[in-house]
Design a protein around this ligand. Structure first.
Ligand code: SAM
Length: 227
């Protein structure tokens, strides 16, 4: 049956590619990917060879009609991204939405995603959480977001780059105070996977001392939470 299949890919460790994910790509007609070099590396690793169509943030909209036509014409299309779950701070939302609007079947395979990977290992409250993705790069906009959510009563999860993680922590400390508990998860599932859990004043120093490198997830605990 023709359909769109959402296929998460590893966030750092190829061992995390599920059997269902490999089988889905193996038997589909087209793989949507952000970067053919990244996708080819993954396909080669699993001895797969498929037609790829590039679907990035900047061209996703214009690709939608072609993808819808292909599925309506009987094709099975796998939606992937460079790493992790498509449509989570990555391309895919527009395609999934268009498929739903057109009555096209959408299947999803659960798999790697930096949000639950960091949260479940953090030791911070995980009964409810708010995912806020990447914050704006301007300090004033970042500070505004921290002010808005300072009293939010669940954990808050952010994606951050190595270039901005120290600024992120500095602004967080200024707004929420140095006793706010945070978890900084770095390079999840990779060789240099690291967790720093503690009060932001302390964690800021630890992240600076190791030199900000790699990919980061930041989790901010609610004010009531103490270690
Ligand atoms: N779709 C992806 C997912 O499911 O997690 C997220 C893609 S987003 C463009 C990339 C951001 O996710 C990185 O900047 C980082 O904040 C986070 N991330 C992805 N892989 C990670 C990893 N292995 N360790 C820590 N953070 C990671």
């Amino acid at each position: 049956m023709s359909k769109l299949i959402i296929v998460p890919t590893p966030i750092g460790n190829f061992g995390d590619m599920s059997r269902r994910a490999i089988e889905a790509i193996g038997s589909c007609d087209i793989v949507l990917c952000e970067d053919t070099r990244v996708c080819s590396r993954l396909l080669r690793h699993f001895k797969l060879d498929k037609k790829m169509i590039v679907c990035r943030d900047d061209n996703e909209r214009s690709r939608i009609p072609k993808i819808i036509d292909a599925i309506r014409g009987g094709k099975v299309v796998c939606l992937t991204c460079d790493a992790g779950t498509p449509a989570i701070s990555d391309p895919g939302f527009g395609i999934v939405r268009a498929c739903r609007k057109c009555g096209i079947a959408v299947e999803v395979i659960p798999g790697p995603c930096a949000i639950p990977t960091a949260l479940c290992a953090s030791g911070l409250p995980s009964d409810g959480f708010l995912f806020l993705g990447f914050l704006p790069s301007r300090t004033s906009a970042r500070v505004k977001t921290f002010q808005r959510y300072a009293d939010f009563d669940h954990s808050m999860i952010f994606y951050e780059s190595c270039h901005r993680i120290l600024k992120f922590l500095g602004d967080l400390r200024a707004v929420m105070g140095e006793n706010r508990v945070v978890c900084i998860a770095r390079e999840l599932t990779k060789l240099h996977e690291t967790f720093h859990v503690g009060e932001v004043g302390h964690v800021c120093g630890a992240v600076a001392a190791e030199g900000a490198k790699g990919e980061y997830v930041a989790i901010v605990a609610p004010k009531r939470f103490k270690l």
